[in-house]
Design a protein around this ligand. Sequence first.
Ligand code: MCN
Length: 794
Amino acid sequence: MSDQGIGAAVRRKEDARFLTGKGRYTDDIHRPGELWAHFVRSPLAHATIAGIDTEAARSAPGVVVVLTGKQLAEDGVGGLPCGWQIHSRDGSPMAEPAHPPLAAERVRFVGELVAIVVAKSRAEARAGAQLVEVDYDPLPVVASLAAATADGATLVHDGAAGNICFDWEIGDRAATDAAFAGAEHVVSLDLVNQRLIPNAMEPRAALAEYDAASDHTTLYTTSQNPHLIRLLLGAFVMGIPEHKLRVVAPDVGGGFGSKICLYAEEVVVTWAARRLGRPVRWTAERSESFQADAHGRDHLTHAELALDGDGRFLGLKVDTRANLGAYLSTFGSAVPTYLYATLFAGCYTTPAIYANVKGVFTHTAPVDAYRGAGRPEAAFVLERLVDLAARETGIDRVEIRRQNFITEFPYASPVALQYDAGDYGGTLDLALQLADWDGFPGRRDAARTRGRLRGIGISTFVEACGIAPSALAGALGARAGLYESGQVRVHPTGSVTVFTGTHSHGQGHETTFAQLVADHLGVDIDAVEVVHGDTDKSAFGMGTYGSRSLAVGGSAIYLAMEKVIEKGRKVAAHLMEASPADVEFESGTFRVAGTDKTKSLGEVALAAYVPHNYPEDLEPGLDETAFYDPKNFTYPAGAHVVEVEIDPETGVVELVGVACADDVGTVVNPMIVAGQMHGGLAQGIGQALLEHGVYDESGQLLTGTYMNYAMPRAADFPFFKLGDHTTPCTHNPLGVKGVGEVGSIGVPPAVINAVVDALADLGVRHIDMPATPEKVWRLIQEAAQDQAQAGANA
Ligand code: MCN
């Protein structure tokens, strides 16, 4: 390993600009003649729009134009498309109600766009928006899964009976029923996976510009996948040919999945800029982010696990209602189906699995991917059930997992996935060692003497990253391919520019992708620049989500480097008067095998661009592109152990230990991998203990500010103990798997299992997330009352 290549803990190249305030975010970009937009948003969750009076707003100081859904429709701007089609178990396609970017007739969630006010300044746009009079006729609201699926519930969309978008299934129902019929034990659980609200540091923003001379439109936007936004916006919504539309996602301050969707604001700002012939900009206020960024999770689930007398898992049944919000977001239908239920084997050999998922419309913000996207929900169901199974059968929590682990690979799970590699026992052993599992009883007894309840919890899990291959994704309903492009341009003096279709918004690609080049081409890392986020620069790409960037995007870059080496070999052979077959390449040097004749990559590049002495049949230049469509997902796996102490007087849960052993394949940069783990763990622990997006019955968002949506802070965490246990991915050229979501997937059940362990002696069987002090305190009080009652009855 070099000090820059694969495996080196190189400091992030991009941090120099971020830490010195030189990052260039959408809101930092200004165009001459630009105008500001402010949106009028619905204050009601469900209402018909009887009329919109824009008169006063139009004559307000500085206001240039006020536009509504009526004009949008007149201009032929289409609705927001969904990227993944799900079929119900009866074979019918999912309900896909229209999703107009500006509501014209009916509003369906608080925060939905109704009009855009464009003015000379931000303040004037905001003040103008206050003057837009919308005449709403309120309608009944279904703001929760329970309300939306109750008999006779008000319909969110007339075309979706019972508010059901799809009624989807996976697995073998008959085999699963048979497994349950022959079971010794059945463990069942009803649980909630609560709604989360993503909170990227940078709120969403958009700036659109139209150049009439060239008929070119440019949209700067806070996106995780600019090429996809160009495709959807251009081809499906606005009818702009892609060669006339440029989408730039410059520095983006975090996304966590919430910036993969095509949003109504992006469409409306682009439309307004084209209509006016002047640049139009918008930056969300934080309260707009709370209301209108796509939310995450929000499931109600009933699950059952069947076991034989020895604790072997025989069958798993899961029934989930998944909240989709008021409209289908770009990947809203894929998250609770193919990204969720395909993970129900986890790391276990359960032979029969059946899951039914109903996607439900409600009068709430659309729900889409949030870090982990489906996989945390699956791991939570499974790991809570497995823990309960251990308690209810009396089998040790570690042993019940170990005896059900998949140990032979490749492994075909009963829910569609084909695992290629893993060592679940190895990660478990390492996590137990890091956590000092065996020393726990001593620590618990010591805590008791301090009047505290101490618990330890474990979760062992598998995730699937880098959805692939495109043909399979297409067969399952994806309306896009899931490959990636990589271009490697070696300049005449040997420095390198890499163009990728992925997008880095905190993941450190500018460093790790440069490490790939340092490793494979032997170029100094400082002589490598990674370019992303601009559809005019990178050939094409599917962007960044699903922890796909290294496994898919990095592999594309690797393949492009292979092409560079192949061409360079021919040039070097010519320069050294040898046969290409005799030329080897290593660490930046071409060598005639078995001799001391060498040419550096820089010398070869110079010859390629100044081809005075050059092979006749070879094109000049050293610039290669590869598209990589993976053969399979990658399957990172891990074991997370969490230790908590609970103060019975207050119900406060203190996290006293977090130990994680993860297998993310070959590690490119251990420091970045640890950073990704820290971030994911923070979000997973936030879900387990603090965060909850809550609507009241009328569809008002009660958690619309940081005063009532509890975000985790550094002081909420102990030091994380991290361990790495690698089994390389077998089907990509780098052997890598994803790491970006591991923490948020693995840790929530470990936290809740630890909380339940601490309260188990009181008879507590389950607690829903977030395990807030109030919830824990109530459980303790109820348990005390039950025990007192039992004593009185005795
Ligand atoms: N890496 C590595 N070795 C590995 C695996 C990954 O060195 N074996 C490095 C990669 O090269 C990359 C980083 O770790 O620099 C993350 O890689 P990967 O797992 O491929 O994930 P992506 O880059 O595709 O990022 C997506 C993932 C997701 S899905 C969410 S959500 C998320 C996350 O990353 N959102 C983030 N991490 C985030 N981090 C920040 N700061 N901000 C976000 O919005």
